[in-house]
Design a protein around this ligand. Structure first.
Ligand SMILES: NC(=O)c1ccc[n+]([C@@H]2O[C@H](COP(=O)([O-])OP(=O)(O)OC[C@H]3O[C@@H](n4cnc5c(N)ncnc54)[C@H](OP(=O)(O)O)[C@@H]3O)[C@@H](O)[C@H]2O)c1
Length: 226
């Protein structure tokens, strides 16, 4: 299997590269020029294409011949970074390629997610501060996901809970909506978020799904897993 990781140099991206290489996949990674050094440990085992992830020609080259594309959707900047990245991936990947995108619980597919007041307040403050400093554009990550949900590609949007570092505990569990009891613990190890993204490449039951995930060893996962 040939896989492209868009946003390969970030924390989530590096874990995904690691998992893919362990599975024997051929890996192409896209990351900002200034971040290439962050992939030093993998440089002899993968192809690295430096540049902005919303550069259409770069993404076209990166996804060519790939059976799967793992995209870290980040709301950076105020120039449609997220939606530009998602659009380019959908436009240029092979029609039958599995496209897996990462985001957080704040993304909702059917407006049936119920958020706590605290969650809404934190999101609103982060959005306002991000816009003020022209650093983060959460609305554009929402727009990216809106376009993905409307597309007829083989997409999966993985909605991560709060993240923590630590050794792998295994494949996270998931549910449709963030208020579902199994997700109550709201914590996933980043390495396992990456594991779920990579595993989704071969899970047909996740095609056109937006799973919200939580660590499989968290109290709520242990309590409510059947
Ligand atoms: N952090 C959380 O608690 C959390 C919770 C739920 C879901 N998520 C989701 O998890 C995914 C990964 O998030 P993460 O927080 O763990 O971060 P991460 O994996 O470290 O990824 C950050 C990414 O953003 C890029 N980036 C940083 N600054 C940038 C800039 N100014 N312009 C363009 N790109 C820039 C980084 O590239 P460089 O390597 O080039 O810097 C890297 O690819 C995201 O989809 C996020 O929505 C995160």
């Amino acid at each position: 299997m040939k896989v492209c990781v868009v946003g390969a140099s970030g924390k989530l991206g590096k874990y995904m590269v690691q998992h893919c290489l362990e599975l024997g996949y051929e890996v192409v990674g896209v990351c900002r020029e200034k971040s290439v050094a962050k992939l030093a440990d993998f440089k002899d085992k993968m192809t690295i294409l430096p540049g902005s992830t919303n550069e259409r020609e770069l993404i076209k080259q990166a996804v060519e011949g790939c059976d799967g594309v793992l995209t870290v959707l980040v709301p950076w900047g105020v120039q449609q970074y997220s939606s530009g990245t998602a659009q380019a991936v959908m436009d240029f990947a092979k029609p039958d390629a599995r496209l897996i995108f990462s985001c957080g619980w704040h993304i909702t597919r059917d407006n049936k997610d119920v958020y706590s007041t605290m969650f809404k307040v934190v999101l609103s403050i982060a959005g306002r501060l991000g816009r003020f400093f022209r650093a983060i554009e959460i609305d554009d990550q929402v727009e990216a996901c809106r376009r993905i949900f409307e597309s007829d590609t083989k997409w999966t949007v993985v909605r991560g809970s709060d993240l923590e570092e630590g050794e792998s505990q295994g494949l996270p569990v998931w549910s449709q909506h963030v208020q579902d009891p199994i997700l109550e613990s709201n914590k996933t190890r980043r390495i396992d978020f990456a594991l779920f993204m990579v595993d989704a490449l071969v899970k047909d039951d996740l095609i056109q799904e937006a799973p919200a995930i939580v660590g499989c060893q968290t109290p709520s996962a242990l309590k409510y897993s059947s």
